[in-house]
Ligand binder design. Sequence first.
Ligand SMILES: [Zn+2]
Length: 222
Amino acid sequence: MRDLDTPVLDNHLHLDPDNARGIEAVKDFARSGGTHLLVVNKPSWHLGVEAETGEDFRAVFERTLEIVDQAAKVLRGTAWPVLGVHPGLISRLVDERGFTPEEARDLMCAGIDVAAEYAADGKAVALKSGRPHYDVSDAVWEASNDVLEHTLAKGAETNVAVQLHTEMTDDLTDVADWAEEQGLLPSASSNTTQSANSPASRRASCARRSIWRRPSRRRSSS
Ligand SMILES: [Zn+2]
């Protein structure tokens, strides 16, 4: 097992214990020197859940908590869960299951509400949302942005970060503006004023209000 003499975090990992390598992938990560993981739940349908209600996402979240516990035991550091609703679900609902974009939006928001319950109980360190990384109709894009905004509001309400899956872009200022409107402030790294760098405000920004964004890849499937 390589020891790089420093913590090494992967901030966005999906683990599929049923159809893929699951915990074996964590062992590889640890062998290469990895110490900490943020494990994001798999897209619900990858775990065999075709959600009809927000409550149906609970099985996905519970399965994720189980694999996070297992991962934590393998790592020298630890693993934390990030729970949410994969933005690609909207296409599955609209294109394959006959939902209108509005119905899909409501179901996804309901799933986010359940994820936020876990966050409020301290069982998840962040919520995951975003919008499709591929071309979609205006109605689906709008509904996706509604889900994203709802997640930002829930993140602010429960004092956790929001991790985003988005289209490939260098400019997410629209999302940053919505985040601020919902009460999530930009991360401490973008604060340059002295008061913003005081230890107390830095703690507040990092622990409760940072927005984590994953560089998206156009063809990423997760
Ligand atoms: Zn992902």
